[in-house]
Design a protein around this ligand. Structure first.
Ligand code: ATP
Ligand code: MG
Length: 230
């Protein structure tokens, strides 16, 4: 992990509302030990994305605190926070530019070899090399050629290169064919190793590889256990 953070995440009696709206998370307490992979599931509107946004400091709690290794996120330097906690969302998978640029987002200092190594690690290298201009292919211009699964793999390579202590992933809902699904699962396992991960999970196969599954409803955890116990 680049930042040196351990990755212990804690919600300490967090109450949160969007602006003056109703309370979304009421006195929410949750402890996620360093290195744990947590799958978040639950009905629409339960507060899963809100929880993810509080960890990435998209928003701050109205009351209580979210801490990383015991330190209130509000006390961390924004640069340290960005290095320690990375959020991968469905919407922001790719921006216009080359495949290499897309992988290096968040690590502008990365060498080409490091970019390739990250792609190799998550299994994205073979398809990238098969593109007309390889790593220098423009993802937008050839957008039609990059499938949903391949987009996810590129975003996984980006997250792998960023090497955060805490990874937050809002899993894509787009359905994939079986070979892509298998590829994404393998990539995910590699990506999750040695870091804390909070995944808003839409796939059963992702829930299955989690250490812990949290079922949310109306801003509360209604079930908390291992995948096979649920
Ligand atoms: P989904 O499975 O549909 O993604 P979710 O569990 O991620 O749902 P959230 O997006 O966290 O749910 O939303 C929780 C509640 O907060 C919902 O009632 C939603 O309408 C509300 N909400 C979410 N974002 C905002 C916002 N920017 N402003 C006001 N209310 C919001
Ligand atoms: Mg959501």
């Amino acid at each position: 992990v680049l930042s040196g953070a351990r990755g212990h995440v804690r919600f300490d009696e967090v109450t949160f509302a969007y602006g003056t709206g109703r309370t979304i998370l009421p006195e929410f307490t949750l402890d996620i030990p360093a290195g744990q992979t947590v799958a978040l599931v639950g009905t629409t509107g339960a507060g899963k994305s809100t929880l993810a946004k509080l960890v990435s400091r998209f928003y701050d709690p109205s009351e209580g605190a979210v801490t990383l290794d015991g330190v209130d996120l509000r006390e961390l330097h924004p640069r340290d926070l960005r290095r320690a906690i990375v959020m991968v969302t469905q919407e922001a998978y790719l921006f216009s530019g080359t495949v290499a640029d897309n992988i290096a987002l968040g690590r502008p200092d990365a060498t080409f070899d490091e970019i390739v190594a990250a792609a190799v690690a998550v299994g994205a290298d073979p398809f990238i090399r098969s593109l007309p201009d390889g790593y220098h292919s423009d993802v937008n211009k050839r957008g039609g050629r990059v499938s949903a699964g391949q987009r996810q793999l590129i975003s996984f390579a980006r997250a792998f290169l960023a090497d955060p202590a805490v990874l937050i992933l809002d899993e894509a809902t787009a359905s994939l064919d079986i070979p892509s699904e298998r590829m994404i699962q393998d990539a995910l396992q590699t990506l999750l190793a040695d870091r804390t991960a909070i995944i808003i999970a839409h796939r059963l196969s992702t829930v299955a590889i989690a250490d812990r599954v949290l079922v949310m409803e109306h801003g509360r955890v209604i079930e908390d256990g291992t995948p096979d116990a649920l």
